[in-house]
Design a protein around this ligand. Sequence first.
Ligand code: ADP
Ligand code: NI
Length: 199
Amino acid sequence: MKKKQQLAKIHDYVYRLFHDDSTGHDYYHMRRVAKMAKFISSEEHGDTFICEAAGWLHDIGDKKLFDTPDEAVKEMNTFLKDIQISDHEIHQIQVAMKDVSFSKGAKTPTTLEGEIVQDADRLDALGAIGIARTFAFGGARNQLIHHPDKHPNTSIQHFYDKLLLLKDKMNTSTGKSLAMKRHTIMMEFLDHFYEEWEG
Ligand code: ADP
Ligand code: NI
C-alpha cells in the first residue's frame, strides 16, 4: 500500500476514535498535530511520514482518554500491521508517540521525530486554539474559569502552571518561533481577561 493510502486509513481510524471527544482531544486536534508535525518535519529534515503518522496517532493510549490504554495501543499496532506498515516503521511511530507527552512524564525526546511531534502537540496547546482547548478541558473537568485568590485548580491557573512555560521547552527552532507568536497571543488574552474581569 502507498504511503498516501496508509495515511488515509490512519485518518479514518483516528476519526472513529476521537470524533466525539469534548475535552479538547478531538479529531481536529489530531488533524492539526499531524499537519503541524508534517510542516515542522519538512523544515527540520525529519522523516515526514513518521512525523505525520505519529501526529495523527499520538494520543492513542493516553490514560485520561482511554479506559483500557494498553488495549488501545495493541489494537493500533494490529491496525498498522494490517495496512502494511513495516515493523521498523511501527517501531519508529511508537518511539515518537512515547516522546510526545508532557503529562505522560516524557523528559527529553530520544529522536528527531519525537521532538517534532512533541513540538506539534505543544503548539496546539498554545495560541488561540490553546486558549479554547484549555477552557474546553476545564469545562469537561467541572473546573472554575478563574478565581481571584490564586485558586490552584482553575483554567486560568493552568496558563501559569504549564502553558506559559512551553515556549522555552520547544525542541526545534521552527517550533520555537511558532511558539513565540502563540505565547504573545496568550499574554494578550490574559491582559484582556483581567481587564474585563474587573469590569
Ligand atoms: P497532552 O496533549 O499531552 O495530552 P494535556 O492533556 O496536558 O497534554 O493537555 C491537553 C489540553 O488540555 C491542552 O490544551 C491543555 O491546556 C489542556 N489542559 C490540561 N490540563 C489542564 C488543566 N488542568 N486545566 C485546563 N486545561 C488543561
Ligand atoms: Ni495531543
